[in-house]
Design a protein around this ligand. Structure first.
Ligand SMILES: Nc1nc2c(ncn2[C@@H]2O[C@H](COP(=O)(O)OP(=O)(O)OP(=O)(O)O)[C@@H](O)[C@H]2O)c(=O)[nH]1
Ligand SMILES: [Mg+2]
Length: 253
């Protein structure tokens, strides 16, 4: 049985400005290591695969104002899709990641973008805040060249592109701070574009701290997990997902 638990202390009652960043990408590209390097300046080889979703918080100074950045770390394994997708709503910036030594992780960027757009209810993808982060820039045997990655970003609404290494720390702080600032400026300049942008921290907490009712979720790979939920809200339709979107002609259906 997989777990579906986010510690309460990770949801302090946050006043002031806050943005939500979700980091997506194939399993093993280094999402957790990247976030931990940024949030705690910590790195270790052989990190455990993320089950479902985790979250770390860091404050960033944006134009003289302190902004809380929620960094949502998602498990990239296919079988965890139903444990990560309920958390996509109300995202301010979506960070798509791949590892420079893993060609498949690069070719999956489109699929990650489609998954995010579908479950986050992005209304206008072309104006949404995205960024692409290439991880493991310290490795010498690259499988993806910077030029190819830049070309993908250009073809996808000119998404900003960054190369980082959680291992040696290069560009991590600078990149995530820059992405956070970019998202903040966009968020408070023009209203965000997801369907439920009015959700408050309180709503998050109700959704994030489920206990009581037992739910079973079937994954596409036929495993299943039992979830404990006591707050059955409108969010439940997304917790109880029975299908993945099928993408046809670049449209979800
Ligand atoms: N060389 C190098 N290896 C890295 C770097 N970041 C992570 N790794 C390695 O990649 C492994 C996987 O990293 P994780 O951060 O767990 O990957 P993930 O994307 O979170 O994986 P899932 O949680 O399964 O989706 C780590 O155990 C490290 O050994 C990096 O910057 N450079
Ligand atoms: Mg992880």
């Amino acid at each position: 049985m997989g777990s579906f638990y986010v510690a309460k202390e990770r949801f302090p009652e946050m006043g002031g400005k806050k943005i939500k960043a979700v980091v997506l990408g194939n399993a093993g590209v280094g999402k957790t290591c990247l976030i931990r390097r940024f949030a705690d300046d910590f790195y270790t080889d052989g990190a455990k695969s993320t089950v479902g979703t985790d979250m770390l918080v860091k404050t960033v100074d944006v134009d003289g104002e302190e902004v809380t950045v929620e960094l949502w770390d998602t498990g990239g394994q296919e079988r965890f899709w139903s444990l990560r997708t309920p958390f996509y709503r109300d995202t301010d910036v979506c960070i798509l990641s791949f590892a420079v030594d893993d060609k498949i992780s690069f070719t999956k960027l489109d699929a990650w973008k489609d998954e995010f757009e579908f479950y986050a209810d992005v209304i206008d993808a072309s104006s949404f805040s995205y960024a692409v982060i290439a991880t493991k820039a310290d490795v010498t045997d690259r499988a993806v060249q910077e030029q190819a990655a830049q070309a993908w970003c250009k073809a996808n609404w000119d998404m900003p592109y960054f190369e980082t290494s959680a291992k040696d720390g290069r560009n991590v702080e600078k990149t995530l701070t820059r992405i956070a600032k970019m998202a903040c400026r966009k968020k408070w300049k023009s209203k965000q574009r997801t369907a439920s942008s009015t959700t408050t921290n309180h709503d998050y907490r109700k959704e994030m701290l489920p206990r009581g009712v037992q739910l079973s979720i079937m994954s596409p790979l036929d495993s299943h997990w039992n979830l404990s939920v006591d707050h059955v809200s409108s969010h439940i339709d997304r917790v109880d997902l029975g299908r993945k979107p099928t993408i046809q002609n670049n449209k979800c259906c």
